[in-house]
Write a protein that binds this ligand. Structure first.
Ligand SMILES: Cc1cc2nc3c(=O)[nH]c(=O)nc-3n(C[C@H](O)[C@H](O)[C@H](O)COP(=O)(O)OP(=O)(O)OC[C@H]3O[C@@H](n4cnc5c(N)ncnc54)[C@H](O)[C@@H]3O)c2cc1C
Length: 464
């Protein structure tokens, strides 16, 4: 037993080095570090950590295997409920999930469940030559039943993974030229290396999942075409990729980006690599508007592209929705925070390019519907910051394309696709949905949980 009150520290790149490269910030545990951290687990009888995990990973069991150095067995325990452990170990908000319920967290830091999950997944990737193919338990009777999955983000991948394991003939349709959803186009390389995502997708391909890229369902084909082509069920996991703007003066100027567009150019289209000709300007001074994880990712990318970066957020630090770790990393890397400030307009030069952002100072009033204190402008406190680019990171919502082109597919009151919570079935028979397309912007693990539930719903529907 290791009685340390703090987590075994995770080695990471020096902030002054990493803020000019795109390599991974956190470097991962060695075997010794992992065993030492695993020995902090109290192996509680009632396992509060498991109920904090949206896919119920059997956390104390896998951690026990780490203490015994049985890393492959630990991997098998994790992957019995979570098909993307190397991803989740890196990007899950563990502080509000498994680690948030850890008994060790009452008098000190919780056990580093995410760090251990990452270690086990990386150990497996480095030591296993071939993936075991657990499709052998698949039902023979399912093999002629074709299922279409729309979208290859975590919801679609988890759904496809479970369906192929049950023996179905599964095809994933993806609108972009690369699979992975936000894992490849949104979350930057320095938080989630893309070869890890590619490894997980290659595993699905090896099991027989077919991927068809560059197909926008609702444009190139619609859901009816998929049924006409012989698919007997469709899962929609198209995410919530439509950016929000503030509707203020100057948002059409050259040099104003949505965070999604900026991050896509950098992450998916590799604008930071000289050998790629992705059009992106190397800006000198960038304002990023917003206080969530997406704002932190955009700011940290802009920093690595060589800019002086300023985050403008209308509430205070305590109200920032970004993970504490991401805010800390951004600060360490030299990003300047303008808290309790809100943009009122963006000013351009005679070439219509961004020149300044005008902001107003804010104070916090009574709590609003979200429970956070409402920011109220302080009249007459306007000021400007000289910038040559503004990145809007204000959240995203569902693109209505599929609902608009599919008969009988209703929307819920949050604007997402309406489902039956029991089995993720939509209002159109044979169509299922899950992930951000249903809930609006959420998390990787929640999207995966929804994909798994959708797969179970499809299995029940096709075998009724
Ligand atoms: C920058 C950023 C950082 C984030 N950081 C974190 C984090 O650290 N931790 C965390 O847990 N969550 C994070 N999230 C949220 C998380 O990534 C999402 O909740 C999750 O990816 C949702 O998964 P999904 O499968 O529902 O959708 P997505 O990942 O959005 O995947 C949807 C896929 O469907 C495709 N698609 C869309 N429309 C169509 C169509 N009509 N036809 C065919 N294909 C289509 C898209 O191209 C995309 O590939 C972040 C999100 C962003 C944007």
């Amino acid at each position: 037993m290791n009685n340390s009150k703090i987590k075994t520290p995770m080695p990471s790149q020096d902030p002054n080095v990493r803020n000019s490269n795109f390599q991974e910030v956190a470097l991962g545990y060695t075997e010794e570090m992992a065993v030492s951290e695993a020995e902090r687990c109290l192996n509680c009888k009632n396992k509060p950590c498991v109920s904090g995990c949206p896919v119920n990973v059997r956390i104390p069991e896998f951690i026990k295997k780490v203490t015994e150095r049985k890393f492959e067995e630990a991997y098998e325990i994790i992957t019995s409920t979570n098909s993307l452990p190397a991803v989740c170990g890196r990007v899950c908000p563990q502080e509000t999930q498994c680690e948030g319920r850890c008994v060790r967290g009452i008098k000190g830091e919780p056990v580093g469940v995410g760090r251990l999950e990452r270690f086990v997944a990386d150990w497996h990737r480095e030591h296993q030559e071939e993936e075991k193919n657990n499709v052998s338990s698949a039902k023979e009777s399912n093999k002629d039943k074709r299922v279409a999955v729309v979208g290859s983000g975590p919801a679609g991948l988890a759904c496809a993974g479970d369906l192929i394991n049950m023996g179905y003939d599964v095809t994933v349709f993806e609108s972009l030229h690369k699979e992975g959803g936000v894992l490849v186009y949104g979350i930057p390389e320095f938080r989630l290396p893309k070869d890890i995502v590619a490894y997980e997708i290659d595993n699905l391909k090896a099991k027989g999942v077919k991927f068809i890229r560059d197909v926008v369902i609702g444009r190139s084909l619609n859901v009816d075409d998929l049924f006409d082509q012989g698919y007997q069920a469709v899962f929609i996991g198209t995410g919530a990729g439509l950016p929000r703007f503030m509707n203020i003066e100057g948002e059409n100027l050259v040099g104003v980006y949505s965070a999604n567009e900026y991050l896509t150019r950098i992450n998916l289209m590799k604008a930071y690599k000289d050998e790629y000709d992705t059009p992106i300007k190397k800006h000198k001074k960038v304002a990023v508007v917003g206080g969530g994880n997406v704002a932190m990712d955009a700011a940290r990318c802009a920093k690595r592209m060589g800019a002086d970066v300023h985050i403008v957020y209308r509430r205070g630090r305590d109200e920032m929705p970004a993970r504490a770790e991401e805010i800390q990393h951004a600060e360490e890397e030299g990003i300047v925070f303008h808290l309790l400030n809100n943009p009122v307009r963006i000013l351009g030069d005679d070439k219509n390019e961004v020149e300044k952002i005008e902001c107003i100072k804010m104070e916090l009033g009574e709590p609003d519907a979200s429970g956070r204190r409402r920011p109220v402008p302080i009249q007459g406190s306007e000021f400007t910051i000289d910038v040559d680019a503004v990145i809007m990171a204000l959240g995203t919502r569902l693109n209505n394309l599929i609902c608009d082109t599919t008969e009988g597919l209703d929307q819920n009151d949050r604007g997402g696709i309406k489902i039956d919570e029991e089995n993720n079935a939509c209002t159109r028979p044979g169509v299922f949905a899950g992930g951000d397309a249903v809930t609006g912007a959420a998390t990787v693990i929640k999207a995966m949980g929804a994909g798994k539930k959708g797969a179970a719903g499809i299995d029940a529907y096709l075998n009724k």
